[in-house]
Design a protein. Structure first.
Length: 644
């Protein structure tokens, strides 16, 4: 400035100055130099203008822009407050020290300017009771208060020490309200002998308070948005998005993701309503936290009926998890005022740093599905073989619809042989699929997929039509035919129009119903015995025979055998393969004797050796089926073999 004046140049400047009353102000200076003939400055005319209001408002305008930029950058509330504190300290040329105290979650929190400690976000939780009490009273102030001597106040000790070191002898307290009658906090400014009590500074402080309220309001809105996006409000747990976010915050993880579900959840909701289900999960959440208070664990809400956990690997070993679940259900849960005992199912999958969290969750879901197939409280863990199986099943399903549409699934025939003379008494039609894309697909693979996808009925009907068409052709050619058994799935057997559709097909091909045997898996009898009786009776009236397949594999074989009028009983291959064992031999002998007493024909499945055939014959079994006699054959192989 002096150099410019020395050179005779008009100079403008703004300086911080103090009036005689002690009130600081910004002086706007415009200096007009006068020079002599040698161009030496001899006189300077100075115009002085009070620009305090302009300077303060300009500062707040800049601070507002910085605040909105901070909001856009999602800077934390603490950093926004420090931005304000730093700005005030710089505005007054470090002739003051600023801090803000507010109540948060029942505690007194403090953030201060870092002008005196550059590069640090300085934040405290006030632990001293006398300090907390002091600030709690200050927060309730209704107007700005200035203390000419604050030495008697129990303010934060490091602040008082710094103020005394810098000779800041006075202190101003600016109360900040959240809403009418509700206080947020108090801004504390330590300064020297200057006096800030006039209208210009009052308006300035009001705008500073407005900025703090803006930062707080935005923080509350963000918390509300976070709650909606990341929290399950009814239980207090984070939702799946919140769980994933918190897991990512760990940066490194080596543990197990568990999905835990009450087995009885849906029943409780049906009986007592959705709120009761929420209450049950909330109690589970609280028990998990209580049991794991000393362990590193994350807990969240997965879907409506289950909770998701992350546990460190050492705490989540397979042998520990089931026991851990049992401790959670030792005591009853309170639902609608009732004490209810429940069981839990859990699916777990390991997850490590770098692995996709969503993949880990998918693996845990797969394990949970497996756990649901067990009784009682049970934990299951994911294995890669299960994933490969699921991928295989999905691939099969993708091609199965086209296979049905293009009739790629065909019937193969395996004869049933009279043990005494080796004569073919009947045959079984077996579904076989050779895909142009997948090649040969085992029925053990595609039949379960078809059943789950609701496609099995169409496959059954196609096999039946192929059998009836074969009957029609053989009869037209005057060739010998034998009865053929077709397997009927549970879904198809209980289909309301099953018997009517079957009757229509028989009429369509002018077939003799006596040559068609409906082979039913034994487990059908466990579903609905009464309906099964009605359906089998309808089949019998129409001249159709019935056979029970895989006999001995169910849970109520003997109890329903006399209730359902089967024509044939097939001993499961698992008994045939172990017929050399004394226990199995006794069971097979009993089955044959019971069937004989009920006048039911017996066929032994899976006969592969002459020794097995001899034993069965000695036990009184008259007919058998297996590789010892014939393998399944296609239509062409059957015709070319001339075995009929």
């Amino acid at each position: 400035m002096e150099e410019r004046l020395y050179k005779g140049k008009v100079t403008k400047a703004e300086l911080m100055h103090t009036r005689k009353t002690g009130i600081p102000f910004y002086a706007g200076l415009e200096c007009l130099p006068f020079q002599d003939e040698q161009n030496k400055t001899k006189l300077v005319l100075v115009f002085v203008k009070d620009v305090t209001y302009i300077q303060l408002q300009s500062f707040v305008d800049r601070l507002e822009k910085e605040m909105f930029q901070a909001i856009q950058n999602e800077i934390s509330f603490n950093e926004k407050i420090q931005l304000i504190c730093n700005g005030i300290d710089h505005l007054f040329h470090r002739e003051c020290f600023t801090a803000f105290v507010w109540e948060h979650e029942g505690k007194c929190q403090m953030i201060q300017s870092n002008v005196w400690h550059p590069g640090k976000t300085i934040q405290y939780t006030l632990e001293q009771s006398v300090e907390r009490t002091c600030y709690e009273k200050l927060i309730q102030l209704r107007q700005v208060v200035v203390y000419d001597d604050f030495s008697h106040l129990h303010l934060h000790r490091p602040h008082k020490d710094l103020a005394l070191e810098k000779e800041f002898t006075r202190c101003i307290f600016l109360p900040v309200g959240k809403s009418e009658g509700e206080k947020l906090g108090v801004m504390t400014i330590y300064f020297n002998e200057q006096d800030y009590k006039n209208a210009v500074y009052s308006h300035f402080f009001e705008r500073i308070v407005d900025l703090i309220i803006l930062a707080y309001s935005y923080e509350k809105k963000q918390q509300q948005i976070y709650s909606l996006a990341y929290m399950n409000l009814s239980t207090g747990m984070v939702n799946l998005n919140g769980f994933i976010g918190r897991l990512k915050e760990l940066k490194e993880w080596d543990g197990v993701i568990h999905l835990v579900e009450p087995t009885e959840f849906s029943r409780i909701v049906e009986l007592y309503g959705r709120d009761s289900g929420e209450a049950l999960l909330k109690q589970m959440y609280e028990r998990i936290l209580e049991k794991c208070e000393e362990k590193h664990i994350l807990v969240g809400r997965f879907v409506s009926s289950s909770i998701i956990l992350y546990m460190e690997k050492d705490e989540a070993e397979t042998r520990h998890m089931t026991e851990f679940l049992k401790t959670l259900v030792e005591q009853p849960f309170i639902v609608e005022g009732r004490s209810i005992y429940i069981t839990l199912k859990s699916g777990g999958a390991p997850i490590r740093t770098g692995q996709s969290i969503k993949e880990g969750i998918r693996h845990a879901e797969s394990a949970l599905s497996e756990a649901k197939e067990s009784f009682g409280t049970m934990a299951r863990f994911y294995c890669e073989e299960k994933d490969a199986q699921l991928e295989k099943e999905l691939l099969i399903l993708n091609h199965l619809t086209e296979a049905i549409k293009h009739k790629e699934i065909t019937a193969f025939f395996q004869p049933k042989v009279e043990l005494r003379r080796g004569r073919i008494t009947s045959m079984e039609a077996l579904a076989r699929w050779t895909s142009p894309v997948l090649g040969h697909v085992s029925p053990a693979d595609f039949i379960p997929v078809a059943e789950r996808a609701g496609l099995i009925r169409e496959i059954d009907l196609q096999i039946i039509e192929q059998v009836l068409r074969w009957f029609q052709r053989r009869q037209y050619e005057g060739k010998h035919i034998v009865p053929i058994a077709v397997n009927i799935s549970p879904e198809h057997f209980y289909y309301p129009r099953f018997v009517e559709e079957l009757e229509q097909l028989i009429k369509k091909y002018h077939a003799d119903p006596n040559y068609l045997i409906i082979e039913i898996t034994e487990s059908l009898g466990l579903v609905d015995v009464k309906r099964a009786q009605e359906i089998i009776k309808k089949l019998y009236i129409r001249g159709l025979k019935t056979s029970v397949d895989d006999f001995g594999m169910g849970y109520s074989s003997l109890s329903y055998l006399q209730k359902l009028p089967f024509s044939e009983l097939k001993i499961d291959r698992s008994f045939t393969s172990r017929i050399h064992e004394a226990g199995t031999l006794a069971i097979v002998r009993s089955i044959i004797q019971i069937a004989y007493n009920l006048e039911i024909d017996v066929v032994a499945e899976g006969v592969e050796t002459k020794e097995q055939a001899d034993v069965l014959y000695q036990l009184g079994c008259k007919c058998a089926q297996g590789y010892l006699f014939y393998r399944p054959m296609s239509f062409r192989e059957l015709e070319e073999s001339n075995i009929l």
